[in-house]
Structure formats: C-alpha cells, structure tokens
Ligand binder design. Sequence first.
Ligand SMILES: *Cc1c(COP(=O)(O)O)cnc(C)c1O
Length: 416
Amino acid sequence: MTINYINHELYMEKVRLYDIISKVGTPTYVYSKACFMSRITRYMNALKKYQTATQKHQIHYAVKANSNLTILKNIAAENIGFDVVSFGELDRVIRANGSAKKNIFSGVSKTEYELNAAIALGIHCFNIESEAELNQIQYLAEHNKTMIDIAFRVNLDIDPKTHPYISTGLEKNKFGIDIPLAKKLYLVAAKSSVLRPIGVACHIGSQLTDLAPFSDALTRVFDLVSYLKKNNITLQHIDMGGGLGIPYEPTMIMPTIESYIDTLCSPLQGRSESLFLEPGRSIIGESGVLLTQVNLIKHQKNKTFAMIDAGMNDLLRPALYHAKHRICELKVRSGSAESYHVVGPVCETSDQFCSHHLMIKPGDYLSILDVGAYGMSMASNYNTRLKPAEVLVTDNTWHVIRQRGSYHDLCQLEKI
Ligand SMILES: *Cc1c(COP(=O)(O)O)cnc(C)c1O
C-alpha cells in the first residue's frame, strides 16, 4: 500500500488525502498510480523470464475489477491486453485507446448484439462457455463471413477454497464446460470452416490465497491439451484466468506475483503453448482507498455505531461477500480507541463495514483500504445516492478522473 502517516495525517504517495477531500468531498475513491503500475511491471518482468521464441506469455487486465477510463488508459499504455465480459467493457477499452486485437471476450452468456459488435471490432479470442454459445458464434461467424478464434472455458471442478460467491471453478457453478463435453466441442469446432480453436481457458475463482489450486488446474488443462494434440488440434495458448488474492489483513500470507508466475510458467517450459493470465484484483486492488466522513455516532443497546457517508451502494463487497476492509483515520487523534460498528446510510441491514477500533468524532474522515478492485465498478445509485467521485494520485499531484455527478444526472434519462 502506498499510504502512510506523515505528522499524524494520512498521505497517498506525496499527496495529503485531506487536500483531496477539501476540494472534492466524500465519499471519494482515490487510486495510487505508482501502486498499480508497479504490479503490472512485476507481472511483465516475471513473465519475461519465461519468454521464448514461440511462447509469448501475456497478461490481460480484467476490466471488471476497475473500469475507469483513466485507469484503463494507463494500463493500455503498457501494451498489455484486456479481458472483457461485456460489450460495455470492450467499448471502454476502445475509448481508453486500448486495442481490440488484444482483447479476450469472456463471460458466461453474451448477447447476439455484443458478439456482433465484438466480431466487427476484431477481438483476439472469444472464450466460449457452453454448447449453445458455440452454435451461436458459429452462426454469427458464417453470417459475418469471417473466421473467429475461440477458446473453451473449461470447468475443472477445483475447489479454490475462497468465499463461495467468488469460487467459479466447481461443477455446481454456472461457469465453464466440463472436460468430457469440452473434448467433444473442440472436435466440432475444429471441423468448422469459420471457427479456429486456438486456446483453452479457465478461471477457478477469485481472492485465492494458495497456489496449489492453480497448479492442480494447470495439470488438468495439460491432460486436455494432450488429448487434443492426439486429435490434431494444437492450441496456441492456455489462459489460466485471474484470481490471485491480495492481503486485506496485514496478517494474511499471500503468494507473491513472482511465485504465482513461477508456479504456472515452470510446468510450461519446453512446451509450445503461451500462458495467458487475466489478473484484476492483484493489479488494482491495493491501489485504492475510499475516503468517507463520519456523519454521526449512534449508541444503541450496548453497541456504538459509526455512521459514515459511504454505503453499500458505494462499496458492495462487505454486503455481498462479507468482506472485511481495514479502516483508518485520516488524522490521528490522541486518546484511546473505541470499538465501533461502522455502517452506511443505506436502508439495508447488510449495509455495514464490520467493527473497528477507531478514535473518531462526528465530522472526522476515514479511509477504507484496498478497495481499488470491485469497489467503484460495483457501485450503484441505490437509495438514489450519487456514486463516489474518483481521483488518481501520481506522486505529488492528483486529478479527478470521474466527477461525482449531480442529482439532475440521476434523473436525466427518465420521463414523466
Ligand atoms: C473476474 C474474472 C477475472 C479477474 O479475477 P481477479 O480475481 O480479479 O484476478 C479474470 N477472468 C475471468 C473470466 C473473470 O471472471
């Protein structure tokens, strides 16, 4: 994390966070450019070690983690690809100067409109997740008279041992195609004159804290790749998805980006396939904080609630996944900390951010940590609340990269 206290006040890089609040207000997401750019550099350097003449290992940033245009533009400038799950995300990538050619289109169900639009833009690869989708894309390829590169996303029935809502690789989940069916569908696709199966994809879950499920997954993918080779289908890439976790608590032991790459790249040495990864959280998660103000303190039974001006509409992860984010004061007070149940203003019991030891008075500011991923991208206007503003910090400067908007904006598309 690139935040720290200087003279009892919280800074991100060289910017005093209070200076942002005094101009922009709260709730506001603030991101450190140095933080996410350094993650990208680490990914690229770790992959470079394993690069060969035929193996071009690549990362594709998972846009759904944080899709702000300025963030995408900075990432696109590093010449990496993107993993998108909707046409809206692809549209953002193009607006941010990203190239469609480097995009992977994932997602369990894409509409005909989305597929046609992505075909027209010339996506690198479509990840197919069902037999029905294979038929759909084959029909569209014939209709558009174009050759389409595809991969099948397989469901390896691997337990990533993460929160059930973010585990995706189990057979009971809606994601992917089981191996017996995948074998059949590759043969069907290989016979098609408009489809070219170039890869295999999987994504076993998110916020993984252990590398073993990734290597188990890779072993199972290798079995499939061998079967396909015997049937004269040679794949160019193996896409292992995203999922590397970040330490939401300082006590959490997390595999490093380098050890994650070592685990996946060393078994690939001496083979022909390139490794694709789709990291989201491990790139952008730790770079963001959500600045919020304590509106009031409420005592009820033997609990004390700190009611903040950010709610589940601004940061959904605690309500959706029971996620716990660290919270710290913007200005350190002297005295002793007390335990507060930190809650938002939204009319839902799940609108809460766990209990924390804090030294606060009404009007004080707080910073919710590690919210760069699945923070703003999941924000909504529920309770007719404005979404947070977003700010990017670069060394000693900062810029608003998304305005807060107005109540007028919220009603603009409606008609009476
Ligand atoms: C969500 C998702 C990712 C990104 O996952 P992280 O845990 O943020 O790294 C990558 N690929 C697919 C298919 C996804 O659905």
